[in-house]
Structures are given as structure tokens and as C-alpha cells.
Write a protein that binds this ligand. Structure first.
Ligand code: IMP
Ligand code: MG
Length: 180
């Protein structure tokens, strides 16, 4: 897999520190709240498991799966719920845990769906943010790192379902996706 990576953007150590800082902020903000962390499958799984262990509060977790991309590198603009939450979110302070905020289309849709279910609050925590690519007005409440407009993989992020298990984040060589 390493041979398909053009360059490493964020090392394992960098990611560890960023996640620890986010966990500390969330711990401070959600004291006395009823925190429910909602991980958006599958990209945010690696981030979720590290982030939840850096939060020093009682909290619950749940998962949602949506599809917006197919296998390619460009957004299609349509969002489908593939797996919904297990519980009613009334009374919960929902924290959406996302791998990367790109066009924002996925999250703007999800926020609408979840708001309609009357939780106490909803906030967004994204590990990566590509603000240049935003198509809708959406701002993360917590964000780890800004990234340039390039396709990145690793630490949960995939290309055609591969590379999620890389422990670092890198930029994929163009030839990997341009040959298709
Ligand atoms: P959005 O609806 O355009 O904001 O889509 C966000 C989703 O697209 C993320 O949760 C990722 O699954 C995927 N995505 C966006 N950019 C990248 C990238 O650079 N690498 C891998 N997946 C990406
Ligand atoms: Mg995702």
C-alpha cells in the first residue's frame, strides 16, 4: 500500500496529538451533558475509537452509515441512509464524528434528518476539513486539521475501500485513480 502514496501528510504521532486535543476540548464542553457520539461509517471508525478514549466523561456511542460517493473520488450529491441509529436521540447531546468535511453535502443532509428527531443539541466534530471544496454553509464545531484539495487516504479514509488501515494519512498518487 505504501507504494501508492505520494507523500505522508500527517504521521501517526501528529494524529495522536490532534485527537488528544479534541478529546480534551470535548471533555471540557460536555461535562453535565448527555453525550452521544455518532460515528459516520466507515471512514470515521478509526478516529472514533481513538477520540472516545480521549474523552474523560460517561458517554454512549452509535453508528450511522450513509452513502454519498460510490467508489470514486468525486461527490455525486445524493445521500442515502444505509444504516440508521439504534436509538431515539431525544434528550441526547449528539456529537457527529466525521472523518472529513468536503463539499458538506453529506453532513448538511444528516443534520436535517437528526434535528427533526429533537435531540438536546447536535454538534459536528470532524478530523479533517477541506474548506476550499465546500458547496453548502456548514461549519464544524470541532475540527482537527485543514487539508488541501487533494485526495487523502489512511486512518480510516479510503479510496475504493482500500487504505483505511494505514496508520498515517497520505496523498494518493494520481496514477492510482486516474488509470480507472
Ligand atoms: P462531503 O459530503 O463532500 O462533505 O463528503 C464527505 C465524505 O466524502 C467523507 O466522509 C469521506 O467519506 C469522503 N471524502 C471526501 N474527501 C475525501 C478524501 O480526500 N479522501 C477520502 N474520502 C474523502
Ligand atoms: Mg465518510
Amino acid at each position: 500500500m505504501n507504494k501508492d502514496i505520494d507523500r505522508v501528510l500527517f504521521s501517526e504521532d501528529t494524529l495522536k496529538n490532534v485527537v488528544k486535543d479534541l478529546g480534551a476540548q470535548i471533555t471540557a464542553d460536555y461535562k453535565d451533558r448527555n453525550l452521544l457520539m455518532v460515528s459516520i461509517l466507515k471512514g470515521s471508525v478509526v478516529f472514533m475509537t481513538d477520540l472516545m478514549r480521549s474523552i474523560d466523561l460517561p458517554c454512549e456511542i452509535d453508528f450511522m452509515a450513509v452513502s454519498s460517493y460510490g467508489n470514486g473520488v468525486k461527490a455525486s450529491g445524493t445521500v442515502r441512509i444505509l444504516k440508521d441509529l439504534d436509538r431515539d436521540i431525544r434528550g441526547y447531546d449528539v456529537l457527529i464524528v466525521e472523518d472529513i468535511l468536503d463539499s458538506g453535502m453529506t453532513l448538511i443532509y444528516l443534520m436535517d434528518v437528526l434535528y427533526a428527531r429533537n435531540p438536546n443539541s447536535i454538534r459536528i466534530c470532524t478530523l479533517f476539513d477541506k474548506p476550499e471544496r465546500r458547496k453548502v454553509d456548514i461549519y464544524p464545531d470541532y475540527k482537527g486539521l485543514e487539508v488541501p484539495d487533494e485526495f487523502i487516504v489512511g486512518y480510516g479514509l479510503d479510496y475504493a475501500e482500500i487504505y483505511r488501515n494505514l496508520p498515517y494519512v497520505g496523498i494518493l498518487k494520481r496514477e492510482v485513480y486516474e488509470k480507472e
